[in-house]
Design a protein around this ligand. Structure first.
Ligand code: EPU
Length: 512
């Protein structure tokens, strides 16, 4: 959900209280304030009023959200007066959409005639605008007044607009113009609401897991060894063991397959994410709309050691690499033994432990861009951060060459055993996602949470580990909602006690 709109209400020089509403924009604050004033007059306590209005989710056709996924949001609003239109556009702009697309159906010939200059100027916030014909609302037509005239007036102000004389074409035109990240708004008091509902229904149909034709087409394009599943539960594929289902779940069997999945998702604007070994990841209970791509096929888990170099695919577990390095008498990779991820996921995170980072031991990296092209680069040329590598915000790690240094095998084993021992002593064994928060600059998150006495704090089946304060463990029946609520409890306490804003390290995906 979006952050609520927060405001204070003052009465006769004194603060009555702080309030929050789920609706956006100043007009809604103003409406809510009238309600608060009335309830206050009737003798209700400010806390009760606050609780009641915070739950209010709005009325039909008033900033009503008809559809939302990770690509698009579609709103239906009754606004048909220039001031209303301005207000709703400004409030939706606060959602920071990629673009704000607006389709408007003017309401009544008389209103269009009398407010033409105001109408021509009220769509300034729209990045793209469609105009349907005037909805008469029982009025006779006025000669010379039509959407055509309004369109000309809008264009005269330098804004482009597309006229759509037939409402039946509107949904298709808007859909064709949509790009992921867009917020789409249908505006008007006439029958344009039906177009809004039709588009929302079409977008629901498009959901890849629910659309058999889409599924069949991707299946046909992939090699027979590739795995493609619908509505696949993700909890068992994450180390935290919580979360809902993926609409589509694809396990390509080769780089060619992976490239096919990416191109397919691009063509159809299907959002996708790549799953490693499922550590460092929290999937929300509503699951993931779109396609989850896993590199679990053995094709991506090959490795080879020649001299002091290990060439490995993204799917190989870091633990395997550490053990192989040890067997071959290579030092430098001992610290990766305890990191519970795949090479690919760990490259993406620049995973670290025991004071070292994965990128310290990488020589070259291989990756695929989102169009399916494979690239290779020296690891030293790639910008990395503490727990992150920006390159992988729009590239998929395919593998890397890791470099160790020849050493006495017994010494390597001893060092690795030391790390392993330290980890077993200092980190929990129950299911978790690894450390939940990034370490703030001034103090380790684990120590901080420990100092505040938060170990053992529980929400549902999720608990702050008694072993390490920066781990949330699943005691068996936790939901993502429990884990997220516990994260908020910790953040609030840390903020209140130390003024530190803890930032999550785990990646949080999917819908609530
Ligand atoms: N400490 C406490 N109480 C706690 C936890 C830690 O007092 O509940 C103290 C420890 O005694 C120690 C200090 O805090 O003196 C640091 O603890 P630790 O060595 O466990 O390191 P950390 O900073 O808490 C980091 C990484 C871990 C990694 C360990 C071990 C982050 C966010 N965490 O933890 O990484 O395994 O070092 O090298 O950078 C992960 O990223 O998922 C992760 C687990």
């Amino acid at each position: 959900p979006d952050a609520p709109t927060r405001f204070e209400v003052w009465h006769q020089q004194a603060k009555l209280g702080s309030f929050a509403i789920r609706l956006l924009g100043e007009k809604n604050v103003s409406n809510a304030t009238a309600v608060i004033a009335l309830l206050h007059q009737l003798g209700h306590a400010p806390e009760d009023i606050a609780r009641a209005i915070e739950e209010f989710r709005g009325a039909a056709r008033r900033q009503q959200e008809l559809f939302r996924d990770s690509r698009f949001r579609v709103f239906d609003d009754y606004g048909h007066h220039p001031q209303e239109i301005r207000a709703v556009l400004e409030s939706l702009r606060r959602l920071q959409p990629g673009r704000l697309l607006v389709a408007f159906q003017p309401h009544r010939y008389t209103r269009t005639k009398h407010l033409l200059p105001e109408f021509s100027a009220c769509f300034a916030e729209a990045d793209q605008l469609w105009l349907a014909e005037i909805y008469a609302a029982s009025e006779p037509a006025i000669p010379g007044i039509s959407s055509d005239v309004l369109a000309d007036a809008i264009r005269a102000r330098g804004q482009s607009v597309e006229l759509v004389p037939n409402l039946l074409h509107l949904s298709g035109l808007v859909r064709a113009g949509m790009r992921p990240g867009d917020v789409v708004l249908f505006l008007g008091a006439g029958d344009i609401t039906q177009v809004a509902h039709a588009l929302a229904a079409q977008l629901r149909e498009e959901a890849p897991g629910r659309n058999d034709a889409c599924f069949a087409e991707l299946r046909r394009r992939l090699s027979t060894d590739a795995l493609l599943l619908k509505d696949e539960p993700l909890a068992r594929r994450t180390t935290m063991r919580v979360g809902g289902n993926a609409d589509l779940f694809a396990e390509p069997a080769s780089e060619a397959d992976l490239s096919i999945v990416l191109q397919f998702c691009n063509e159809r604007q299907i959002p996708f994410v790549v799953l490693g070994r499922g550590s460092n990841l929290l999937v929300r209970d509503g699951g993931i709309r779109g396609c989850v791509i896993s590199l679990a096929n053995p094709h991506f888990s090959q490795w080879q050691i020649v001299g002091d170099r290990i060439t490995a695919g993204a799917g190989v577990r870091l633990k395997t690499l550490a053990v192989e390095a040890r067997k071959h008498g290579l030092t430098g990779l001992e610290f990766i033994e305890g990191i519970p991820g795949s090479l690919g996921g760990s490259m993406r995170m620049n995973a670290g432990a025991m004071g070292s980072w994965l990128f310290d031991v990488l020589e070259t990296i291989r990756f695929m861009d989102y169009h399916g092209n494979v690239c290779e680069r020296a690891a030293s040329e790639v910008h990395v951060e503490y727990r992150g590598c920006p390159l992988f915000r729009n590239h998929i790690a395919l593998g890397a060459v890791l470099r160790g240094a020849p050493a006495d095998a017994a010494a390597v084993r001893e060092r690795m055993d030391g790390y392993s021992h330290k980890r077993w002593e200092s980190q929990p064994r129950q299911p978790s996602a690894g450390c939940i928060f990034k370490n703030p600059k001034t103090i380790g998150a684990g120590r901080l949470i420990d100092e505040l006495g938060l170990k053992g704090t529980r929400v549902g089946g999720a608990a702050v580990s008694d072993v390490h304060g920066n781990f949330i463990v699943n005691e068996g029946n936790a939901t993502a909602r429990d884990v997220l609520a516990l994260i908020e409890v910790i953040r609030e306490r840390v903020r209140a006690a130390r003024g530190i804003d803890l930032e999550t390290e785990v990646e949080i995906l999917g819908e609530g």
